[in-house]
Design a binder for this molecule. Structure first.
Ligand SMILES: *Cc1c(COP(=O)(O)O)cnc(C)c1O
Length: 400
């Protein structure tokens, strides 16, 4: 396997049961064995190519898992029914009562809520830190810390995690570095930068059509086997299983991810530059004004650019809402949470995806309520989009 993620996906050659160009969709919850002995071996996890029960693995899920492992250059992977299904499985696999996690404080709202409100019920505690301060990260590590958790590009502030340095800290303390790479598939390959476990919500860019939720955990064979263990595997026992039909459709969409990511990035870069020139407060990793622009460049796979996510601070929530409603009315995108769709999506994170984070903390981390988060779509004529967005901004008084 090369370290070029898109080539690895391209090079996968799967045949359907009858020579189909797409692999056949597995339509069974359970599987027969010709010999009783093989069933025991499969239960114990060492019967290559045998299937036991679809909560464990299914052919369709294995095809998709293998493709995602190829993309992330990891030994293997395990898909889940949602991003949260993947994330919580990893957290609960690694941590038990008394354990501690050092997490970035700007993370997906659901992950934040899980660590803040749910994990303490199991006596798992979390210190939320500014992930861009390596000193603060290291200072938060205690003897019971089991992992550093962060997002490669953080949600919604688009801060960049210094993965090579975080990896050094994790190795020094003999703990795991777990990275949610949902915002930056193909752009960033966390594994190549020293990450131990890479997670995605497939719901976003990877699937790209907003017709399903899905997740994946990419890592070593040993770690993925532990997640799937019939005795104590979190994925196996909590049961967030993806359906075969969905795995099959996500796999087909994955095949065009490289083309889509380039277009998302090209369009977002164009709009970010234009709106910054217009005098707006724009945050986009591809802008020289982004505080981690150089760090991002030191880590990214250049051909995919800086991604499709951008924020603009229009001052206050009322203006943000007015502008978003108008942009939707003008068919420039949808006022909706989520990201990675072919049409542009926008939402105000303070009142939506990050609303789980208390106001006081939102303020502390620089999450103003005038921020609009954009997931820029695949518009063919982005100049036309810019002109139309600009008209909306002028109309609501965000621009002169
Ligand atoms: C959406 C998202 C998740 C959760 O994924 P689901 O598929 O909705 O469960 C996790 N992390 C990030 C960064 C996300 O954007």
């Amino acid at each position: 396997m090369s370290n070029k993620p898109a080539n690895n996906i391209q090079d996968l050659q799967y045949f359907g049961e009858f020579g189909g160009v797409n692999p056949s969709i597995s339509d069974s919850a359970t599987y027969t064995f010709l010999h009783a002995k093989t069933m025991l071996d499969t239960f114990e996890g060492h019967a290559e190519g045998c299937y036991l029960y679809s909560r464990h693995t299914s052919p369709s899920n294995l095809y998709l898992s293998k493709a995602l492992a190829a993309m992330e250059c990891t030994e293997t992977a395990n898909v889940a029914a949602s991003g949260m299904g993947a994330i919580t499985s990893v957290l609960l696999q690694v941590c038990g009562a008394g354990d501690h996690i050092v997490s970035a404080r700007t993370i997906y709202g659901g992950t934040y809520a899980f660590l803040k409100n749910f994990a303490p019920k199991l006596n798992i505690s979390t210190s939320f830190v500014d992930i861009t301060s390596l000193e603060k990260v290291e200072a938060a590590i205690t003897p019971s810390t089991k992992m550093i958790y962060c997002e490669a590009i953080s949600n919604p502030l688009l801060e960049i995690a210094n993965l090579p340095e975080l990896s050094k800290i994790a190795k020094k303390h003999n703990i795991l570095l777990v990275v949610d790479n949902t915002f930056s598939p193909l752009l960033i390959s966390p594994q190549k930068l020293g990450t131990d476990v890479t997670i995605h919500s497939l719901t976003k860019f990877i699937n790209g059509t907003n017709d399903t939720v899905g997740g994946v955990v990419c890592g070593t064979q040993k770690f993925i086997d532990s997640l799937r263990s019939v005795n104590d595997g979190a994925a196996m026992l909590l049961g967030p299983v993806m359906d075969s039909l969905r795995a099959s459709s996500i796999l087909k969409n994955l095949r065009t991810l490289h083309i889509r990511m380039k277009k998302h990035s090209e369009n977002a870069q164009y709009l970010a530059e234009k709106f910054e020139l217009d005098g707006l407060k724009v945050v986009y990793p591809g802008l020289k004004s982004h505080k981690d622009h150089e760090l991002f460049k030191s880590m990214y796979n250049e051909e995919y650019g800086f991604g499709g996510m951008m924020t603009i601070d229009v001052g206050n929530l009322d203006k943000a809402n007015e502008l978003m409603e108008l942009m939707q009315h003008e068919n420039l995108g949808y006022l909706a949470v989520s990201l990675g769709f072919y049409k542009t999506l926008f939402s105000a994170p303070g009142t939506s995806t990050s609303s789980e984070i208390p106001l006081e903390e939102q303020k502390q981390m620089g999450l103003s309520n005038g921020i609009i988060r954009f997931s820029i779509g695949l518009d063919n004529d982005i100049e036309r989009t810019y002109r139309a967005m600009r008209r909306c901004m002028t109309k609501v008084g965000v621009l002169k």
